[in-house]
Design a protein around this ligand. Structure first.
Ligand SMILES: Cc1cc2nc3c(=O)[nH]c(=O)nc-3n(C[C@H](O)[C@H](O)[C@H](O)COP(=O)(O)OP(=O)(O)OC[C@H]3O[C@@H](n4cnc5c(N)ncnc54)[C@H](O)[C@@H]3O)c2cc1C
Length: 470
């Protein structure tokens, strides 16, 4: 969004004029960008390293498997070294996947199994990546009801953490699940829906990979639709004032609050039959790098940092694109980050985001990544962060080479005070007793989990904290 020429020229001129950024300060900024060295590629036993997308989680699984059939997976689960952890695309920030036991990839179980044109439903293998699913569904005239910001996730991984997109009337992805097939820790194959094994359906639909491993899922889709996507900038206070209207008027709406700029990017999407206007080259990476450059140069001079950023952003024209939803709703995110996201009662979202903005701007001038605000409709899965409540999410990101302690020290207390439930795949410090207080059906879910996996074969140390505080 920021025109690079404006920014570089503005920043350079300002620096030359005031000479305010000393060599020492510049060096400090560089140190803040230090990256923890990667763990060794193998451990003492020769086991290969596994790492998540951001690099913050790692493990050396003793065994790895990629079963090519449900029966193979069922046999594997009967005898595999524990803990057994399923992995999708490794895009979660929490320690859901790490295991010293067996890591199971569903990559060989992918693709559409069958579809129903009348009901607009499809049965999809759980290892299918969302990015591959978009064009495959388009071939049969369908599309998913909602899509997240990226499409790298495996369907099973996305469901397990309550992955969502944005839209006041749109539930998270698991809201579209009609039925699923699950292989339990004992190697049993269970089919669950609202009519069969209902408790398992409700408890394991958002299951953290702790109830069993999903092999196939039937999703309610809709007819393939074109959308018009518009991106434009507003002063942050105007954007937050407009947010209730934006959410109500557009099928998809989200805000990216840009800290230390006074500005917010507004992204809206609506169904259309207009002719295709393909999305142009993505400017998100340039914008991020420009915001980072401003941070590097002017972290010590917030008013100047804000002035230059605002000038650059407010003179950038809106962008429009028209295309099939699966081509426009998800994005590439090559600049890695760590992230915390909580889902709040919808009415608490604007005030909580203002409090976070003020606290971050007062305490952490090194932050430059945007805060993302989205809306999600309620559903009834027991471990859904959107259980029985219309939600507004707030996601705060930290560049992967920067310290992200502020997420826990500054951001999380605000999100918790406003009644937030954390995204299962994103950083948080909660343990079982906290979840028990936040989820009305927590005990029911724990009981179903215990019945399906009495020996805790699927529990790694992180999940033991989630389910037992231990
Ligand atoms: C750049 C980026 C952008 C993101 N954008 C969004 C967004 O817009 N919206 C959002 O809600 N989230 C978002 N996320 C979070 C992401 O969607 C979730 O963390 C999701 O779980 C990642 O899917 P994955 O396939 O990588 O799963 P993994 O991280 O590999 O695994 C996540 C969980 O799923 C379990 N699992 C995997 N496969 C199965 C299976 N077949 N059966 C049972 N359990 C299984 C694993 O055991 C684990 O518990 C984003 C993450 C990143 C890194």
């Amino acid at each position: 969004m920021i025109s690079r020429r404006t920014l570089v020229a503005g920043g350079g001129a300002a620096l030359a004029a005031i000479g305010a950024v000393t060599a020492g300060e510049y060096a400090l900024q560089q140190r803040r960008d230090s990256e923890t060295p990667a763990p060794p590629a193998t451990d003492a036993n020769g086991h290969l390293l596994w790492r998540n997308w951001s690099g913050s989680q790692s493990a050396y699984p003793a065994a790895r498997a990629a079963p090519a059939s449900e029966d193979e997976l069922a046999n594997l689960l009967k005898s595999a070294a524990t803990p057994v952890r399923a992995v999708g695309a490794g895009h979660s920030f929490t320690a859901l996947v790490p295991t010293e036991g067996t890591l199971v990839s569903l990559d060989q179980l992918s693709g559409i199994v069958s579809h129903d044109d009348g009901k607009l439903q499809s049965t999809i293998r759980a290892g299918t990546r969302l990015g591959a699913l978009g064009p495959a569904l388009a071939d049969i005239g369908q599309e998913m009801l909602t899509l997240p910001d990226i499409n790298k996730q495996a369907l099973g991984g996305a469901l397990a953490t309550g992955t969502h997109g944005t839209g006041q009337t749109l539930q998270a992805i698991h809201g579209a699940v009609q039925s699923f097939r699950l292989v339990t820790a004992k190697g049993d194959i269970v089919e669950a829906s609202r009519d069969a094994n209902t408790e398992i359906f409700q408890a394991a639909r958002v299951g953290l990979g702790a109830f069993g491993i999903l092999t196939a899922v039937t999703l309610q889709n809709r007819v393939l639709t074109r959308i018009r996507k518009r991106v434009y900038a507003l002063p942050t206070h105007d954007a937050l004032d407009a947010w209730p209207t934006l959410k109500a008027q557009h099928r998809n709406a989200e805000l990216y609050i840009l800290p230390f700029t006074g500005m917010t990017a507004v992204i809206i999407g609506d169904a259309t039959t207009d002719k295709v206007v393909p999305r142009g080259p993505d400017s998100d990476v340039d914008t991020l790098l420009d915001l980072k450059a401003l941070r590097d140069w002017l972290a010590v001079l917030p008013p100047l940092r804000r002035y230059i950023a605002r000038k650059a952003i407010e003179t950038t024209p809106p962008t429009d694109a028209v295309d099939d939803g699966w081509k426009l709703l998800s994005n590439e995110r090559p600049v890695r980050f760590n992230e915390m996201e909580y889902h709040l009662p919808a009415e608490a979202q604007p005030q909580a985001s203002l409090e976070i903005l003020q606290a971050v701007e007062a305490n952490r001038p090194d932050v430059f990544f945007p805060f993302e605000l989205r809306s999600i409709a309620p559903d009834d899965a027991y471990l859904s962060p959107f259980y029985n409540r219309a939600s507004g999410s707030i996601a705060v990101h930290a560049y992967y080479r920067n310290d992200y302690s502020f997420l826990f020290e500054i951001v999380e207390p605000i999100l918790r005070r406003h009644g937030g439930r954390p995204h299962w795949g994103k950083l948080n410090s909660l343990v079982a007793r906290d979840f028990a207080a936040l989820y009305p059906r927590w005990k029911d879910a724990v009981q179903v989990r215990q019945t399906l996996d009495p020996d805790g074969k699927l529990l790694n140390p992180y999940l033991r904290k989630v389910f037992f505080d231990a």
